[in-house]
Design a protein around this ligand. Sequence first.
Ligand code: GLP
Length: 243
Amino acid sequence: MKVIVTKDYDSMSREAAAIVRKEIEKKRDIVLGLATGSTPIGMYNELIRMHKEEGLDFSSVVSFNLDEYVGIDYNDPNSYHYYMNVNLFDYINIDKNNVHIPDGNSKNIEESCRVYDKLIDEKGGIDLQILGIGANGHIGFNEPEEELNVGTSIVNLTPRTIKDNSRFFKSIDDVPTKAITMGIGTIMKAKKIILLASGKNKSEAIKKLVEGKKITTKLPASVLLLHPDVTVIVDEEAYGINK
Ligand code: GLP
């Protein structure tokens, strides 16, 4: 696992965008795994800038998002469908037919999860997966539990994640309690992974991860220690450097 510590959030975002750009330029029809949350917004802004000012071309890029809440309207600003449009897709030349996000409103969620994994395989697998990390060490919405799902699945959110994510909602009661997430196996099949973290509240999880001593379902991100190509990009605060 390679660890890059950047001065602040903006330099973390630029560092990550530069890697994404390099990979797109290497393979125009790259399959990207995309994350939501507040962490990747700066990286998306930088990619939009690269598209507008430097002609970075997304026309052949294929994307699969990590997760989506269950039972949320896609026009709801808190849905990840909405998030992806307003934070990236509406400002680049990606073909929306090439964009995939788990369907939290499917009538048959189990089946739609199975189809999601199958589609990723059919597209040749994820070339570059972007990850954030929950304060409790979750990746996607794979929460610390006794067992972790291998494939894309419906999961219950932990009280800590519901509380953390309630900052985006009107009240904590509006936060969905279930989500669909790529499974740990789906994520681990990605050829290359970058994980981003910013801010003090991630430092505990990042410390355990970069110490690299143990793999445990109590820290789902620790499975990444088994992956051959992971780059963790964190700002000083997330790395535990107090300013
Ligand atoms: C969310 C998402 C994750 C994200 C994480 C951190 O709940 N499901 O994919 O990485 O939690 O979010 P943030 O970047 O807002 O701290």
